[in-house]
Ligand binder design. Structure first.
Ligand code: FAD
Length: 496
């Protein structure tokens, strides 16, 4: 292997995830150094995840209970959206599939027929994950295990990954990178220069410097594709509060006048924030709106964050790869940023250069990232665009904006016949699109003809059967908090 010295610049979630995965995969074949600057600090948010994070932890061989204990984590079964389609609306985007499918038609086709005849309950009531979430329960009893992800403390997550990486030989260096040395012909980065004058040389560089994109943009000018005409939010104000009730096993996303508010329950506190568009609300008003809608006492001063939605045109340039916020940003509505970091790390390991950097491999990498980000972008735009709200200009403008053709096609297909197809390699499965499209108020005009093979009575009995089985699954699980306590006790007794 010609690439022996890897330099990671940045020690936020992205930097330490990369250090952990690379040190685990390559062991002492790769010399890894991570440079971070305490004077700059990390973005400090990013606490909700999606189920695929479990694959990353499997790669690291991190035991779940120990991980949850280290990051003061909780379980997440999905997201509850409030006020999105209309003020007063509420729906759940669960991580698992609803009801039971036949091979030709998914469950929602049966639900659509029943709903057209007034014989169905709310769609979310046919989801195991949504029902568990609303009952405040979580557990693994029985055959039908829930699909889940985690909420965690971002600072503790980075600390845990740092300890993991340092135990596998990663060297951490404190310092501010102020310059870059490049090869005069190839343009490859040869070294970074610190404020102290130290020079850190490497064969490959990973830019995890956050929004500033120190190497990938300031030095290599990879270019930026702006998506803020579709995803208008450009700011967030975040605050932590004390817990006033047991942690629920789901994230809450409540639409407000010019954005939306998140609520992420951890074991020891709650993470809150308002994501908003500064064209429609001033920073001070946004701060007031957030503070007026908190449940517990604030533990921190509200913190303002500014961002741009879009992607780096090339995430990998020469011998430099951008990960995390330096590679692009999609707002946190569906908690996809940490997932994008994880996928880019795994993709990079799969394409890790053997003897020399190969342009066609770089092209493959950049192409996959572009497609992945565009698919997620469309899914997030869906939430904004399909609304019937007329109470605030922000929502009207989201409804009236032009949307990407790829998204328009998906919405039109679903409106016509309830059909949804997952694109090749797409992160969000059909069930996610269905949950959000129904939740935002789309009612398909048709459904799959196979559904009509059932008589009216059979259809009603089928739906009742699904409900009964969900009730029994929910009834057999402990409360979420009790489950976490049990997990903690197990960890404590193993450590004793
Ligand atoms: P940062 O955390 O900004 O880290 C940058 C690092 O680079 C720091 O260590 C800094 O010291 C270092 N650095 C910068 N410049 C230099 C320099 N010159 N020299 C040396 N070191 C330098 N993602 C999710 O998956 N789920 C969520 O719920 C979620 N919520 C979010 C909410 C908001 C409001 C925002 C803005 C983002 C959210 N994200 C979420 C995204 C998530 O926070 C990030 O993807 C994640 O934290 C990774 O950040 P990072 O490591 O790329 O950058």
């Amino acid at each position: 292997m010609n690439f022996k010295r890897m330099v990671i610049v940045g020690g936020g979630t992205a930097g330490w995830m990369a250090a952990a995965a690379l040190s685990k995969t390559f062991g002492n074949k790769l010399q890894i150094e991570l440079i971070e600057s305490e004077t700059i600090g990390t973005v400090g948010v990013g606490e909700a995840t999606i189920p695929a994070i479990k694959n990353f932890h499997e790669l690291l061989e991190l035991p779940e209970a120990e991980f949850i204990a280290a990051v003061h984590g909780t379980y997440k079964l999905g997201i509850e959206f409030e006020n999105w389609g209309k003020l007063g609306d509420r729906y759940f985007h669960p991580f698992g599939p609803p009801g039971a499918d036949s091979w030709a038609a998914q469950f929602h086709h049966y639900w659509v027929r029943a709903a057209q005849r007034g014989a169905a309950r709310e769609f979310g009531e046919y989801s195991v994950e949504a029902s568990l979430a609303h009952a405040g329960r979580f557990g693994f009893n029985g055959d039908r295990k829930p699909n889940y992800a985690y909420h965690f403390d971002a600072g503790r997550y980075a600390t845990m990954l740092r300890a993991y990486s340092e135990a596998r030989g990663v060297q951490r260096r404190e310092g501010l990178v102020t310059g870059v040395q490049r090869h005069p012909e190839s343009g490859f980065i040869e070294a970074v220069i610190l404020e102290s004058g130290q020079i850190v040389a490497g064969d490959f560089f990973i830019d995890c410097t956050g929004f500033r994109g120190l190497l990938i943009e300031q030095e290599l000018q990879a270019g930026w594709e702006d998506w803020s005409h579709w995803l208008k939010s450009d700011s967030a104000v975040a605050v932590q509060t004390e817990s006033v009730s047991p942690p629920v096993p789901y994230t809450r996303c409540t639409a407000r006048s010019a954005g939306w508010q998140w609520k992420i329950p951890l074991q020891h506190r709650v993470g809150n924030g308002l994501v908003y568009c500064s064209d429609y609300i001033e920073a001070d008003e946004a701060r007031q709106q957030l503070l007026a809608n908190l449940e517990g006492e604030p533990l921190t001063e509200p913190r303002l964050l500014r961002f741009r939605t879009g992607r780096r045109k090339r995430q990998w340039v020469g011998n430099c790869l951008a990960l995390g916020l330096s590679s692009g940003f999609l707002e946190p509505l569906e908690s996809t940023s940490i997932h994008l970091i994880q996928n880019s790390i795994i993709r990079f390991i799969k394409l890790f250069p053997a003897e020399a950097i190969c342009p066609v491999e770089i092209e493959q990498f950049n192409r996959e990232v572009r497609l992945e980000m565009e698919q997620i972008r469309d899914f997030i735009i869906l939430h904004y665009h399909v609304n019937q709200r007329s109470d605030a200009p922000y929502w009207v403008s989201n409804r009236e904006m032009e949307i990407p053709d790829s998204l328009r096609h998906k919405i039109e297909l679903f409106e016509a016949s309830g059909r949804v197809f997952r694109e090749l390699g797409e992160l969000f499965a059909e069930q996610s699109w269905v949950a959000v499209m129904l939740g935002q108020g789309i009612r398909p005009r048709g459904y799959h003809p196979i559904v009509d093979q059932a008589t009216e009575e059979e259809l009603v009995a089928f739906l009742q059967g699904v409900r009964r089985s969900i009730d029994s699954i929910v009834g057999s699980q402990p409360g979420h908090e009790a489950f976490l306590q049990q997990l903690q006790q197990g960890v404590a007794s193993r450590q004793a």
